[in-house]
Each structure stands twice: as C-alpha cells, then as structure tokens.
Design a protein. Structure first.
Length: 167
C-alpha cells in the first residue's frame, strides 16, 4: 500500500473525507480485502492510542496536599536561601532601580520641560490656585475649543487654526 492510500484511509477513519470520496473508498474496501485489512489495522492502532480512563482521586488527597503546602511554606524564607541567591536578587533590584532612573532621564521625565516650568512659575506668581490657570490652557481645553470650531464651521480647522496651543 502506498502513502497516498494510507492517508486516505486515515482521513476515512477520522471522518475527514467528503461524502462522495468516502462512498468510493468504502466500495473499494468491499472489493479489496487487503485494503480492508489495512483499515482494520489502522483502526486497531488508533483505538490503542486512547488514554485509559482517569483513576479516582484517593480520599483525603486534597487535605494532605494542602497540609504539606502549609508545612513547606512555613519553612521557606529569604534567610534559608543561599547567599548567592540573595545577592543576585539585591543586584537585580538595584539594577532595576538604576535602569528606571536612567530611562526617566533619557526620556526627559526626570524634570518637566522648560515651557511647563515657566508656566507653573507664572501660575504660582499670579494665583494661589494653580490648577484653574493650567486647566484654562491645557491640552483638554485646546481639544474642546477645536471641537467647538468644527461644530461652528462644519469642517475641521486647518493646521494653523487650531483651537489652542497644544493641539
């Protein structure tokens, strides 16, 4: 038997053949006893691959597992870890802190942009409520004024006609 025929028999076994091909192959199986024997051999092999049914869990198994986990978790601590593990954890923590600090400096998050610092200074000098002044000239205010411009004209403003500085 060739590989193609073996694949066709496997497809028949799995129910993957179209109905017309399945009828034709079943007709051949009736006429050719060697082909029928090959299909029987494949069926036997396929059914032998099935897993046996799962055994029932013994009584008290879950309680024993939970008790053992409680016992072992009580004995686990950093002091029980080898020195090199604690040193590696400390080094990884320090590296993470340094990496975070370096990333914030690299992306400019360490200190605000000069425009923001100047605006905050102006607000602090003019009022005791800096949030009101910042909200008046914020990105959100620019967004809402741009939406107002769209609503009034029916079309989006051009690049030079945005409703605020930030948009």
């Amino acid at each position: 038997m060739n590989r193609v025929m073996e694949m066709e028999l496997m497809r028949l076994l799995h129910g993957e053949l179209p109905p017309d091909q399945e009828r034709a192959l079943r007709g051949r199986l009736e006429r050719e006893p060697g082909l029928a024997a090959a299909l029987a051999r494949l069926q036997k092999t396929w059914s032998g691959l099935e897993l046996p049914p799962a055994a029932p869990v013994p009584l008290g198994f879950a309680q024993r597992v939970a008790a053992r986990a409680r016992e072992q978790s009580a004995t686990v601590s950093w002091s029980a870890a080898p020195g090199w593990v604690r040193a590696a954890a400390a080094a990884a923590l320090a590296f993470g802190i340094l990496l975070g600090a370096g990333a914030s400096r690299w992306t400019g998050l360490a200190e605000p942009a000069p425009e923001v610092q100047a605006q905050a200074g102006q607000v602090a000098a003019t009022t005791s409520e800096p949030t009101d002044a910042l909200l008046d000239d914020s990105l959100a205010a620019s967004y809402w004024s741009a939406l107002d411009d769209i609503d009034e004209s029916g079309e989006a403003p051009s690049a030079g006609e945005t409703g605020g500085d930030a948009l």
